[in-house]
Design a protein around this ligand. Structure first.
Ligand code: PDD
Length: 267
């Protein structure tokens, strides 16, 4: 396959990153990830805006405009024949004299195969394990996922799909997804310490009555329905948190309706 690396489109196997880049030695860099649906990069404008915003907020210089990025991406999708797949944009922190300060980084854009969770998980729902944690600079899509990567073997051991973060009793998000709850027919989603997901944004368009507010972990456990949203999971129902069944333990009606409506937003 082909990728974009440091100014040119090359064979993906030939892409190189300097070993002293602070993305590697300090975990400091930004990325974004979107998918194609029948060759069309879904909601691309939103992802590019977020990527550009992440660069600005992390003091990293993105040498390309939104229009230039879009052209490179469309070219790559065509060259890789990426009908239904993922596209990853990465801007590294660069190599700096003190091996710490943000420097001039490199831009990489990769096309990837994308596998969604199995059908059964959408039909029956999945389990999350809770962890007391809050992401720092949460609204920036940084490359630092050390905490959930460290946790992830325990999910496997416990038959869980992922984690749900809470801190001081307040819920934020999952490791790579946002969360929504339904109680007595009304939908809510947390407002603080989250990445503003593009899938979350689409769900808010489908359910404009949704309350964007602070949600306690206690409330979450007492919800009738829960689901998480992300580019790689779409809308995935949650039926268990730790050892606690959510609602009646089945995928709820409002969740099902949103899952169906969301499919209609794809091309
Ligand atoms: N994760 N929160 C975090 C911390 C994320 O990393 C992501 C995305 C989301 C959901 O955002 P979106 O709906 O725009 O994908 C929320 C990507 C998919 C990943 O790292 O795999």
């Amino acid at each position: 396959s082909f990728c974009f690396a440091k100014n040119e489109i090359i064979d993906s196997n030939l892409a190189q990153i300097h070993p002293m880049d602070i993305t590697l030695i300090r975990g400091y860099g930004i990325f974004d990830f979107f998918r194609t649906s029948n060759y069309i990069p879904l909601f691309l404008s939103d992802y590019l805006d977020r990527f550009i915003r992440s660069a600005e907020k992390t003091h990293l210089k993105l040498k390309y405009t939104k229009t230039e990025l879009r052209e490179i991406i469309l070219d790559l999708i065509q060259k890789n024949d990426l009908q239904n797949g993922g596209v990853r944009m990465l801007l590294t922190g660069g190599v700096s004299a003190n091996h710490f300060s943000p420097a001039d980084g490199d831009l990489f854009i990769f096309c990837e195969e994308l596998l969604f969770p199995e059908k059964e998980k959408y039909e029956k729902g999945v389990k999350l394990l809770s962890a007391e944690h809050v992401r720092m600079i949460a609204d920036i899509k940084t490359t630092n996922y050390a905490f959930p990567v460290w946790l992830s073997p325990s999910w496997k051991e416990n038959g869980a799909e992922d984690v749900i973060y809470h801190f001081n009793g307040v819920v934020s998000e999952s490791s790579r997804s946002n969360i929504f709850m339904v109680k007595n027919g009304s939908i809510s989603t947390p407002n603080n310490h989250i990445l503003h997901g593009i899938t979350r944004k689409r769900v808010l368009e489908l359910a404009p009555e949704c309350n964007i507010r602070s949600i306690t972990f206690e409330e979450l456990l007492d919800a009738d329905e829960l689901f998480i949203t992300s580019t790689t999971k779409k809308i995935l129902p949650i039926t268990v948190i730790d050892k606690q069944k959510i609602g009646d333990g089945k995928v709820g009606e409002i969740t099902k309706k949103l899952m169906a409506d969301f499919v209609d937003m794809e091309v």
